[in-house]
Design a protein around this ligand. Structure first.
Ligand code: SF4
Length: 234
């Protein structure tokens, strides 16, 4: 089956939906994505927490969840993958990156992210029509205008069901639903990526300030490229 056989939204239709979704609960947005695109729909997770997974599996228990094992993750993040997989009986698709002889992140983090993360996501999304992520606007100034639904540069529909949630919303949901959280959060990490490129936040007011600290880089390219938003706002 190809993406031609699933719902085909024009950019204008996505723009209208984007306006409508500003006022809808995340579960309704996920329901729309599932109704429109499953099984050609993936959920990409960084395993910082399982909020989006908790929401999405309540709508569609068999939704495909993609995790990119870069080979550079903290042990705690890999432990979190296993905790979440068991808790939700996940339909988990691990994208495992072949071992690198040289540590590319040291010499060229831009190309490391591009080859390791973006390349694996491209592979995971082959044959898909849409994907979801837990990206939120209040995570960083660079994400402040992120749409809830838009077309990405691959031509796929990208859905950010909790884009409008605040950190307090996330914490409230975690407490109310006993959602698993990456153990590193207890140690003060606010945003967790690969071990060599993640430190404790350098600015307590900026959750992503511990990502690529001192490397002149703020995004890995999964959601945005280095200068321009990957998502075309609708
Ligand atoms: S976060 Fe660092 S180690 Fe991970 S893919 Fe990007 S540059 Fe490489």
């Amino acid at each position: 089956m190809t993406i031609v056989e699933v719902a085909d939204y024009t950019d204008e239709a996505l723009a209208e939906l984007n306006r409508e979704f500003e006022h809808l609960p995340a579960s309704k947005i996920i329901q729309w994505a599932v109704d429109s695109f499953a099984p050609h729909l993936s959920l990409s997770t960084s395993m910082n927490d399982a909020v989006l997974i908790d929401l999405a599996t309540k709508v569609h228990s068999g939704i495909e969840v993609v995790f990119i094992d870069t080979g550079y993750h903290f042990p705690e993040t890999l432990q979190m993958v296993e905790t979440v997989r068991r808790r939700y009986g996940l339909n988990l698709r691990m994208m495992t990156v072949p071992h690198h002889a040289e540590e590319l992140w040291k010499v060229d983090p831009e190309n490391c992210c591009s080859a390791v993360k973006v390349g694996q996501l491209d592979r995971a999304l082959e044959g898909k029509a849409a994907w979801m992520s837990g990206l939120r606007r209040d995570e960083a100034a660079t994400r402040g205008q992120a749409p809830i639904v838009a077309r990405d540069l691959r031509g796929l529909v990208k859905v950010n069901p909790i884009a409008t949630w605040t950190q307090a919303d996330v914490e409230g949901y975690i407490a109310d639903h006993d959602v698993p959280v990456n153990p590193l959060k207890e140690q003060g990490y606010l945003s967790i990526g690969c071990l060599p490129c993640t430190s404790l936040p350098t600015d307590p007011g900026d959750p992503r300030s511990g990502r690529w600290s001192g490397m002149g880089k703020t995004e890995c390219g999964l959601h945005f490229d280095t200068d321009e938003p990957l998502l075309r706002k609708t």
